[in-house]
Design a protein around this ligand. Structure first.
Ligand SMILES: [Zn+2]
Length: 61
C-alpha cells in the first residue's frame, strides 16, 4: 500500500490488476478483480488441505 491519490483503488492480490474499491466493496469478489482470481487465492489456502478440482480450468478463457 502506498499513499497515492488513487486511494480508492487497490490491486488484485493475484494478478495485480487495478481494482476499483469504491463499488467493488459491494462485490463478493473484492478485493479480487474476478471470481477466478478469488478462487486462485483460495486455492493457495486450501492447497494444504485438499485440492481444488472445480471448473477453474474451464474458466481459463
Ligand atoms: Zn485478478
Amino acid at each position: 500500500m502506498t499513499n497515492s491519490p488513487d486511494s480508492n483503488r487497490t490491486a488484485c492480490p493475484v494478478c495485480k490488476q487495478p481494482v476499483e474499491a469504491t463499488d467493488l466493496t459491494q462485490d463478493k469478489n473484492f478485493p479480487f478483480c474476478s471470481h477466478r482470481c478469488k478462487m486462485v487465492d483460495l486455492g493457495k489456502w486450501f492447497d494444504g488441505q485438499y485440492r481444488f478440482t472445480n471448473d477453474l480450468n474451464e474458466e481459463n478463457e
